[in-house]
Design a protein around this ligand. Structure first.
Ligand code: URA
Ligand code: URA
Length: 201
């Protein structure tokens, strides 16, 4: 493909493949995070997955490797998926609210998330999942409601205007800090597995 020059006004609804969207996102400089990271971590998994997972943003390992959820939290995420007989390249597609690593792993700021979210929204449209799992409060607050509390919202289904079932749960990094969150996440992923296989025996 030819070199893509990202045009701030480009209508992303006309971008009709994930590969093209990734190419464009790789050339993005809509916020200052791009200057401080090694590269854009676009996302990975099955591009036709019925289940999409959305995290916060790349950490140091993800920034180095250019892949989402490959550090400690990512390894725990893989174990959580394995516990419900799922695997990242088969059953899910994984992306983040921001695609460039925030300095020092801080949460993305509102302006950074706002600049990046059009990529994620188009990514969601192109993957077209039936279920979205929001991993942690950054995903919850940027996709659902700025003041939403993950402790209150986790484990309950929401439905988007287009009919996507949405389940917020704790971020795997939160489980590494607080083992008491493992049980609720286990329960949430049981519900997610049931919904995933509903109508699909
Ligand atoms: N944490 C996230 O939210 N996303 C990643 O990709 C890695 C760690
Ligand atoms: N351990 C922590 O204490 N925090 C994280 O985010 C990940 C691992």
């Amino acid at each position: 493909m030819n070199k893509v020059v990202y045009d701030q006004d480009h209508d992303l609804s006309k971008v009709d493949s994930l590969a093209e969207l990734q190419n464009m996102a790789s050339a993005c400089s809509r916020c200052s995070l791009r200057k401080g990271c090694s590269g854009v971590v676009f996302g990975e998994g099955n591009p036709e997955a019925r289940l999409m997972l959305i995290g916060e943003g790349p950490g140091a390992d993800e920034d180095r490797l250019g892949r989402p959820f490959v550090g400690r939290a990512g390894q725990l995420l893989d174990r959580i998926l394995a516990a419900v007989d799922m695997e990242r390249f088969t059953h899910v597609y994984i992306a983040n609210v921001v695609k460039c690593r925030p300095p020092g792993n801080r949460a993305p700021q509102a302006d950074e998330a706002a600049a990046c979210l059009p990529w994620l929204y188009r990514q969601i449209e192109l993957v077209s999942p039936r279920i979205i799992v929001l991993l942690g409060s950054t995903a919850l607050q940027n996709l659902i409601e700025p003041g939403a509390k993950i402790t209150v919202m986790r484990g309950k289904w929401l439905v988007s205007k287009s009919g996507i079932k949405i389940m917020p749960t704790y971020h795997p990094a939160a489980l590494l800090r607080d083992a008491s969150k493992k049980r609720p996440v286990w329960e949430d992923f049981q519900k997610i597995r049931d919904e995933y296989w509903k109508d699909r025996l």
